[in-house]
Design a protein around this ligand. Sequence first.
Ligand code: HEC
Ligand code: HEC
Length: 300
Amino acid sequence: MKRGAGILVAAIVAIPVAIGIAVITIKTLSERKANRIVTINVSPVAYASGEAVITRGGYLFRSRGCSECHGVDGGGKVVIDDPNGLHVESPNITSGSGSAVNGYAEVDWVRAIRHGVDRAGHPLLIMPSEDYNRLTDEDLAALVAYVRALPPIADKPASVRFPLIVQALYAFGVVRDAAEKIDHALPPSQPVPAGVTAEHGAYVANMCIGCHRRDLTGGTIAGAPPSWPPAADLTPRSGSAMARYDTGEKFVAMMRTGRRPDGSAVSTVMPFPSLAAMDETDLLALHAYLRSLPAPRANP
Ligand code: HEC
Ligand code: HEC
């Protein structure tokens, strides 16, 4: 009896201690990974200017997700504040004081946007640079020209906080940052003419891979709040969401309204404000590309 009580007391002491050690280990490992230095060779892209360049940059800023996360004015905003503890407040990327891009040179823009690495060499944690790695030099220069021309906004705080479970998944490699997913050795894409072609659609579809995965077969979005549905399978295999979009018109309507052909709403995890800003050429090209994808395997 006495011995049994001793074991009980030992367990009451030991279990919280073990949990404490596990929590500290997880926090230490995930902080170490977030603070690691990513060493990569980055080629600068020369600053560009001119009305056509800024217009193209503004279009990309609104239609490729930047404005949805950094705000239309680039001043930063709360992007996610989930009850599970995931909190994302994006940084100010205008030229105002206290901005994340203060002191940025040509090469720093490329390192952040194309490689997911900040000026000090640390990985960006939320910014989906894997979606932007394939931007051509021309498009990257246009985006940078537009952002640099935004009116300055001063002093806005930014912060990223992960719940413990996401820190654990990050520490153990289940959740990967963009710098881990990107093949940093790939040369920049060569421009393809804009048009309703699968080739141009493949270029636009680069902004879908952060959520729908590189092969666009979708699935659970690692590290996302539990309330987020899995990203849809975008390949044309039977039973995939694309079966609903046999015509370009149906696809364009869904991307612009957030509603399927039967009127039901697609989850707003899909970045509809950005997708609705896409022009018809980009949307129809996306449709042509998705319809041309190889179906990875037949449904059972
Ligand atoms: C899903 C939200 C999201 C999208 C989309 C997004 N960003 Fe970011 N961005 C962030 C967050 C959050 C940070 C802060 C670093 C991090 O990821 O933890 C950041 C950081 C940055 C930085 C500063 C990096 C540094 O040195 O600290 C730049 C520049 C930037 N983003 C530009 C862009 C541009 C341009 C686009 C569009 C092509 C874009 N972002 C799209 C969320 C986003
Ligand atoms: C921030 C993550 C995210 C990004 C970026 C994203 N999607 Fe999605 N998408 C989702 C999620 C999550 C769903 C599942 C929605 C649901 O089940 O209601 C989805 C569903 C879909 C569907 C199925 C719609 C239906 O009928 O149910 C299509 C088609 C689609 N996405 C296309 C795209 C394309 C094309 C892009 C890039 C241009 C893209 N998505 C970018 C998260 C994303």
